[in-house]
Design a protein around this ligand. Structure first.
Ligand SMILES: N[C@@H](CCC(=O)N[C@@H](CS)C(=O)NCC(=O)O)C(=O)O
Length: 231
């Protein structure tokens, strides 16, 4: 297999859950590129260190490593220009950079406190310890204390998505008539949540819910068929 993707998993190697790895899973499907998957766990730093990264996703193209989801998306776009475009041109790529930052900060960052307490149950003991210690240091409190507020804090998260909601009122995808990498950036966060947490993030009446359903079904249900909670 020419393309191999290191993907974050826990005790179930068939349950990849990283939001950034999901961006690349969707991007590879969009380009119609077959690839292998190398399951990777939080504490297996030595497996990716030789490829110059402490984090996943890392894509191996033959011997060549490419790390960081945004860098990988650009690499795929430039290496396979004859395949369906991830950005729809240079303007789309430039605005995609903004969506990437928004996806990291508002979407992944907004989802994090809502679902973080559900993640350790998916990890083996060593990874669960690492995860709890590192994330509690980041949050400045126990994972469970964050979870205790989530019925209230989800309302602020939903409100923070208003620019996207307004956009989806007049076009089916962030990419326009069809999804592109901008959609996969945001969807990666929702798929991360779906894989690890039964917590309900969106009301059924929300246009973002309908958008998420369409992306769950994309590429023959790539995301829907991956293990997760039906929320
Ligand atoms: N900016 C990076 C972020 C990658 C990232 O944070 N990956 C997480 C998994 S979701 C990771 O590998 N964490 C390792 C750790 O926490 O030690 C990207 O877009 O690829």
């Amino acid at each position: 297999m020419t393309l191999q993707l290191f993907e974050l998993v826990g005790t179930d190697a068939e349950r990849p859950f990283s939001p950034y790895c999901w961006r690349i899973r969707m991007a590879l499907a969009h380009k119609g590129l077959d690839h292998g998957s190398i399951p990777w766990r939080f504490t297996e730093k030595e497996a990716i260190a030789p490829h110059g990264s402490e984090r996943v996703p890392v894509l191996l193209h033959g011997e060549k490593p490419v790390a960081d989801s945004w860098v990988i998306a650009n690499y795929l776009e430039d290496t396979y220009p004859d395949r369906p475009s991830l950005f729809g041109g240079e303007g789309g790529r430039a605005v995609g950079k903004l969506i990437n930052s928004w996806g990291d900060i508002a979407v992944v960052g907004g989802l994090f406190p809502l679902i973080v307490s559900d993640i350790p149950a998916h990890l083996g003991p060593v990874d669960a310890d690492y995860f709890r210690t590192s994330r509690e240091a980041r949050l400045g409190r126990k994972l469970e204390d964050t979870a205790a507020e989530r019925d209230k804090s989800v309302l602020a998260f939903r409100r923070s998505l208003e620019p996207m909601r307004q956009t989806l009122k007049s076009q089916p995808f962030l990419g326009g008539k069809a999804p592109n990498y901008a959609d996969y950036i945001v969807f990666g966060g929702f798929q991360w949540a779906r894989v690890v947490s039964p917590f309900k993030l969106l009301e059924e009446s929300d246009p973002i819910h309908a958008w998420r359903e369409k992306l769950l079904d994309a590429f023959d249900g790539l995301a829907r068929n991956s293990p997760g909670f039906a929320v």
